[in-house]
Design a protein around this ligand. Structure first.
Ligand code: GDP
Ligand code: IMO
Ligand code: MG
Length: 428
């Protein structure tokens, strides 16, 4: 039965949390495979609003087993805070499983994230400051601390010593900060071990067996394609693989088991943090999208940058991820515009580019070539079938579909769980 990957097609905040929640009742497992508490997913259920960072959005569905897989970096303090907040609201979190191979974000990763950003000055990435990059750097440098290390004090101490050795030189001599004590970190981490013990397991084996038994597993990406460390707008990216390939390495489930790749994409574009953004708006239309779309970050509260839909990015995402279905969100935000521009290609120093240019400099110089589509004024939040949408909204969706490289199967017409139009079922 199906293994489904769900990822973001743009620069994040496309509405992945809502899309996962939408499928929730039909899923057996929801697996977070990359990133950490840099993600911010808002899920609205009736009058209740949930903001999730580290936990997979599937945790809100009673029958789902939520899994934090090996590709995730886990800040354990944040994990417990998030679990406690959900418990206080009556959510059953007892089924959560965490990979023994997931890496841990510690206090020194958070400190290094903040000081390195400060030292970058004008070249700042605008990270979320959650220690994500430094934790992944340690993983790649082979000085990371993993969940399984918490259960062996000797190993844990050796590893923390190894990790802090060079960092303390850097913190004291370069960044002018105090050295971090090995014992302080070891004691803090050991303090988490007992509560974690029942959750920590071999999640690759768990998922492999679940698929063998015919269970339905959704792999939920954090961040998005254009923030992927390999395929995004490097260096203005996060430090993990947010594309569909990340679901494979980040979970230990083989590529030939994946049946479907769903990409969530907004009917316009937003970005948080620094980096190129060809369709970015600096005028009143940008403010219109920010205000009408409530484009303020779930994680840091930062105002999101806004711009029109970028079809070359949609095509790029379709290609990199092998997208089988798009979920187009926030179509309702465009209601009221007389015309809606869509970027169909770029002009790079006088040359037309139909695809995202591989050169970073070209992408920085890319200016959008727009095609305009007529807007609509009717309220679409109550539409539940494609035919309920005004003709111009239908034509806008069909035009995006024709240029985006895959079919648009679901359309979001409001933040609520029920505010969707389904054109094609996402689970067979
Ligand atoms: P994620 O990071 O991809 O999970 O997305 P976020 O939760 O950070 O941001 C998406 C925001 O859009 C959330 O506040 C959702 O409640 C909201 N949202 C999702 N789908 C729709 C939609 O179709 N229409 C409207 N108006 N809001 C939506
Ligand atoms: P969700 O899952 C939007 C951005 C940050 C910054 C860059 C690197 O909600 O879509 P990091 O802290 O990851 O090292 O920051 O990536 N970023 C996001 N932007 N949505 C997210 O997650 C993001 N996670 C990271 O703003 O530009
Ligand atoms: Mg988000």
């Amino acid at each position: 039965m199906p293994a489904i990957v769900l990822i973001g097609a743009q620069w994040g905040d496309e509405g992945k949390g809502k899309a996962t929640d939408l499928l929730g009742s039909r899923l057996d497992y929801v697996v977070k495979f990359n990133g950490g508490n840099n993600a911010g997913h808002t899920v609205v259920i009736g009058d209740e609003k949930y903001a999730l960072h580290l936990l997979p959005s599937g945790i809100l569905s009673p029958n789902v087993i939520p899994v934090i897989a090996n590709g995730v970096v886990v800040d354990i303090e944040v994990l417990f805070e998030e679990l406690d907040a959900l418990i206080a609201r009556g959510v059953d979190v007892s089924k959560l499983k965490v990979s023994a191979n997931a890496h841990i974000i510690t206090a020194y990763h958070r400190t290094i994230d903040k000081v390195t950003e400060r030292f970058l000055g004008k070249r700042q990435i605008g990270t979320t400051g959650r220690g994500i990059g430094p934790a992944y750097a340690d993983k790649i440098n082979r000085v990371g601390i993993r969940m399984q290390d918490l259960f062996d004090e000797n190993i844990l101490r050796q590893k923390v010593e190894g990790a802090l050795d060079s960092k303390n030189h850097l913190l004291v001599k370069i960044y002018n900060r105090r050295a971090i004590e090995v014992d302080e970190i070891v004691q803090e981490l050991l303090g988490y071990a007992e509560r974690l013990r029942p959750m920590v397991t071999d999640t690759s084996l768990l998922l492999h067996r679940a698929l063998d038994e015919g269970k339905t597993v959704l792999f939920e990406g954090g961040q998005a394609t254009m923030l992927d460390v390999d395929h995004g707008t490097y260096p203005f990216v996060t430090s993990s693989n947010a594309t569909s390939g990340g679901a494979v390495t980040g979970s230990g489930v083989a590529p030939n088991r994946i049946d479907r790749v769903i990409a969530v994409i907004k009917a316009y574009t937003t970005r948080v943090g620094a980096g190129p953004f060809p369709t970015e708006l600096f005028d009143e239309w940008g403010d219109f999208l920010t205000e009408k779309g409530h484009e303020f970050g779930t994680t840091t509260g930062r105002k999101r940058r806004t711009g029109w839909y970028d079809a070359p990015i949609a095509r790029y995402s379709a290609r990199i991820n092998g997208v089988t279905d798009f979920v187009l969100t926030k179509l309702d935000v465009l209601t009221g515009l007389s015309t809606i521009p869509v970027c169909v290609a770029y002009d790079v120093d006088g040359v037309r580019h139909d695809e995202v240019p591989v050169s970073q400099s070209d992408f920085h110089h890319a200016t959008p070539i727009y095609e305009e589509f007529p807007g609509w004024t009717e309220d679409i939040t109550t539409a539940r079938t494609f035919d309920d949408l005004p003709k111009n909204a239908q034509d806008y969706v069909l035009a995006l579909e024709a240029m985006s490289g895959s079919r648009i199967s679901v359309i979001g017409v409001g933040p609520g769980r029920e505010e969707i139009v389904v054109r094609h079922d996402l689970i067979d």
